[in-house]
Design a protein around this ligand. Structure first.
Ligand code: PEP
Ligand code: MN
Length: 250
């Protein structure tokens, strides 16, 4: 069983993959490309909490064998967002890392159920939550197996989809000693800004990033404006590695 400290040996932790698993060929193809780029963890989102019921809801359980195949072919670690506590058991053989999305950060029964599992958990910050509330959510799961993920919050500013709150990420990391990664994709909401935000997070010394990468972003079934192609991501990874080296050498 993977532990949080094993996961954090990867510096910076690189997580990537499509917004949602859409098909066997999509997820296996992108997993192979990402592995070659040095990514450590694949986003393997089977269930998608969406604003409208008519929006693509994810492939659900049908995608489990595809993820198993992607894992077997590449050796990548797999992370899956859990939106219902029954899914914790369903993904027990495929998902090395469990994940709580922003909209479920204060779904306390879900957090308690995740607390009973031993796997590391990525805990995204809720859309308008304070650091205190974020830490409270981490305590439900068990702080020592949580990696926090800053994904941008709602503020008065509307220049991008959300506002990257590096302040909160740094407070959580430095004052409370919890590892923090960031999600520049959901923060930006537009693909041309993702790399810039990712660099800011690495320069600030965060523990890693999670980026939405889709083999054909224009035709993605969700979040198509912000997903980047593997080719664009490759350039991003090169700069992230350079920046990380520079930050570590200080
Ligand atoms: C996601 O990462 O798939 C996602 C939906 O992001 P968030 O929960 O941060 O909105
Ligand atoms: Mn998304």
């Amino acid at each position: 069983m993977l532990t949080r400290s094993q996961l954090l040996k990867h510096k910076p932790l690189l997580m990537a993959g499509p917004c949602a698993v859409e098909s066997r060929t999509q997820i296996i193809g992108v997993a192979i490309a990402l592995k070659k780029m040095g990514v450590h963890v694949l986003r393997g989102q089977l269930w998608k909490p969406r604003t409208s019921p008519g929006d693509f809801q994810g492939v659900g359980e049908e995608g489990i064998p595809w993820l198993l195949e992607a894992k077997k072919n590449t050796g990548l670690l797999i992370s899956t967002e859990i939106v219902d506590k029954d899914q914790i058991e369903l993904v027990k053989n495929v998902s090395d890392i469990l994940w709580v999305g922003a909209r479920n950060m204060q779904n306390f029964e879900l957090l308690k159920a995740l607390g009973k599992d031993k796997r590391p958990v990525i805990l995204k910050r809720g859309l308008i939550n304070t650091v205190k509330e974020w830490l409270g959510a981490a305590d439900y799961i068990g702080r020592n197996k949580v990696i926090l993920c800053e994904r941008g919050i709602r503020t008065g500013a509307d220049s991008m989809r959300f506002t990257l709150d590096l302040n909160a990420a740094l407070v959580a990391k430095h004052d409370h000693g919890i590892p923090v990664i960031a999600d520049p994709s959901h923060t930006a909401g537009r693909r041309d800004m993702v790399a810039h935000l990712a660099y800011a997070c690495i320069a600030a010394g965060l523990d890693g990033i999670v980026v939405e990468v889709h083999p054909d972003p224009e035709h993605a079934l969700s979040d198509k404006t912000q997903q980047v192609s593997p080719k664009v991501f490759l350039q991003m990874v090169a700069m992230v590695q350079k920046l990380h080296k520079l930050v570590q050498s200080k």
